[in-house]
Design a protein around this ligand. Structure first.
Ligand SMILES: C[S@@+](CC[C@H](N)C(=O)[O-])C[C@H]1O[C@@H](n2cnc3c(N)ncnc32)[C@H](O)[C@@H]1O
Length: 376
């Protein structure tokens, strides 16, 4: 492989295996899965493809170096020994962010400033700059991450997080991250020929992600990435990845996707978001009380993130709604129902034990993804 890079696709806790599956689907078979990350090797086209296509990863980082360090001297010297000039040009901007866990060097601000100083010194030497580096050019965001005294230095190829697809013009109170919404869809057995409903759709994230998946539209098609401005990545690779994505999109795939919510206002926002995502009227949006769900079809899918009833005062109302929901949805045994909630009593309230349960984090909230498989 020419221009080989080690990439780290970062993932929310619990989503690593889904990110790994997506990486493999891009053709990068040799993946290493660790807590919160998926590690694999690519060329520069792989950087573009990963950013464009990974639906459930948070960011794609490029590994610059890894080593052990227990003193600031070690951190400085080993950082300085890395070939930063290969990545950062004379005018490149390179802020350093950091994190440290279970390590001797626990002061994150100190680690950041040591790493910054080491890179400045290296770049001044290698680029032949006598005074200071201007940093007026392209952004190369560096992260120094320490875990049990192991230092990992990366460059963030994504820029803003990959959940920022560029379609969210409006949102409700508790919108789901686009990456998690895509994961919820990918954790089902739904195929684009099947009817799909989100009956608590809010700003429409789940139906929009389902439509993008259904027509094989790259989630990053309408946004920019940091790597596009980097000198060491050929300017043609992003263009090439976009062309590939255009060829791979299946705009003729008919879809039967619905988003409904009790709030008129949110249905309006969901419509706007879908427009912005370029989906036109591919998704049908309707104001509806979830417990009024009714269908004549068989074998459909419901994927929803209802209110959790966490706020004092909401709990009773939400719990009685879950009971009603159970009664309404159990009339349709051929439908598969997937519910993400933090309410630990969900199965009891819904009146049925889930076929499968998966622990997931919605931001910092620990939730379970209750999966009820429909009968065939
Ligand atoms: C956690 S939010 C869903 C957020 C959504 N996934 C998004 O990305 O924007 C829960 C949604 O359920 C809606 N809701 C609450 N009670 C409802 C009910 N009884 N029937 C239908 N929708 C309801 C709220 O208006 C809210 O939009």
């Amino acid at each position: 492989m020419k221009n080989k890079f080690t990439l780290i696709a970062t993932a929310a806790m619990g989503l690593e295996s889904i990110v790994a599956k997506e990486v493999k689907a891009l053709g990068y078979e040799d993946v290493l899965v660790e807590n919160g990350k998926v590690i694999y090797e690519t060329d520069s086209l792989g950087i573009a493809r990963s950013n464009l296509w990974l639906r459930t990863a948070d960011r794609v980082k490029l590994l610059v170096g890894e080593f052990d360090a227990r003193t600031y001297d070690e951190l400085f010297e080993k950082t300085k020994a890395l070939p930063w000039e290969k990545y950062i040009p004379e005018d490149g901007e390179f802020p350093v962010i950091g994190k440290s866990h279970k390590s001797t060097l626990y002061s994150v601000p100190d680690c950041q400033s040591i790493v910054k100083k080491a890179i400045v010194e290296r770049l001044k030497q290698k680029h032949g700059v006598a005074r200071w580096l201007k940093e007026t050019g392209a952004l190369h965001r560096i992260e120094v991450a320490l875990l049990k005294d192991k230092v990992t230095l990366t460059l963030d190829t994504s820029g803003s997080g990959l959940h920022k697809r560029g379609y969210r013009v409006g949102q409700g109170e508790a919108p789901l991250k686009e990456t998690l919404a895509a994961a919820l869809v990918q954790l089902t057995n739904w195929t684009p020929d099947k009817t799909f409903y989100d009956i608590f759709c809010g700003s429409g994230t789940i139906p929009i992600e389902a439509a993008l998946i259904g027509q094989n539209i790259a989630p990053g098609f309408n946004r920019e990435f940091a790597f596009e401005n980097w000198d060491f990545i050929p300017s043609t690779v992003h263009e090439q990845a976009l062309e590939e994505a255009e060829d791979m999109a299946n705009y003729d795939q008919p879809l039967d996707i619905y988003g409904t919510d009790i709030s008129h206002k949110l249905i309006g926002i969901a419509k706007e978001n879908a427009m912005e995502a370029g989906l036109g009227d591919l998704v049908t949006w309707k104001q509806m009380q979830a417990t009024d769900f009714h269908t004549k079809e068989t074998g459909g899918y419901i994927v929803s993130n209802p209110p959790y009833g966490e706020r004092l005062g909401d709990r009773k109302e939400v719990e009685s709604m879950y009971r009603e929901l159970g009664k309404a949805l159990q009339q349709y045994p051929t439908w598969s129902v997937y519910i993400l909630t933090a309410n630990e009593e969900f199965e009891k309230l819904f009146g049925k034990e889930a076929s499968k349960k998966r622990k997931l984090f919605n931001g910092f909230i620990r939730t379970d993804y209750y999966q009820y498989f429909g009968t065939r």
